[in-house]
Design a protein around this ligand. Structure first.
Ligand code: CA
Length: 161
């Protein structure tokens, strides 16, 4: 440390990283924050992330404490979407003009609301078949590919939650 660090009054700089949005059955992988300090090469780091994140928004604070007890902080927001909200995003993507397709998604949401994930998975499977049948017809192949990938992700989330 050089002379200017005899009386360090500058807090460590903490950069938490980007906010996170995942579905409820998916893992939350928090980034390693970037921490630097003008004087202390190795500030003590900690955060207040819960062991498991509830559905909804959780603000996580990353902190760094240097050898002179200066505290630096930064936050990021973790948003956990319920599987019903995930299906809602898919419905939004598909669009109201395909209202006949959306019936199957609404049924899956109702099943999840009633606590019947296996029924919801069956309904999503039927929905997948509808999308496959409409690919290249009322839905472009590119659009169908995006929808099918989202169905895969939602099914995995339901199985994981
Ligand atoms: Ca410092």
């Amino acid at each position: 440390m050089d002379g200017s660090c005899k009386d360090d009054t500058t807090s460590p700089e903490v950069i938490a990283g980007d906010d996170i949005v995942v579905f409820e059955g998916e893992a939350v992988v928090l980034p390693t924050p970037e921490v630097s300090d003008l004087c202390d090469p190795n500030p003590i780091q900690f955060d207040d992330a819960p062991a498991t994140f509830p559905v909804g928004e959780t603000l996580v604070t990353f902190s760094a404490l240097d050898a002179s007890w200066n505290l630096g902080e930064d936050t990021l927001l973790v948003t956990i979407l319920s599987n019903q909200e995930a299906i809602g995003l898919l419905a939004e993507f598909i669009g109201a003009e395909h209202h006949r397709l959306l019936v199957g998604l609404a049924a899956a949401v109702s099943s999840l609301d009633r606590g019947q994930p296996n029924t919801a998975l069956n309904q999503l499977g039927a929905f997948r078949n509808q999308i496959l049948a409409q690919s290249g017809k009322t839905i472009s192949p590119e659009g169908a590919a995006v929808i099918l990938a989202m169905i895969d992700r939602i099914e995995a989330s339901i199985l994981g939650s």
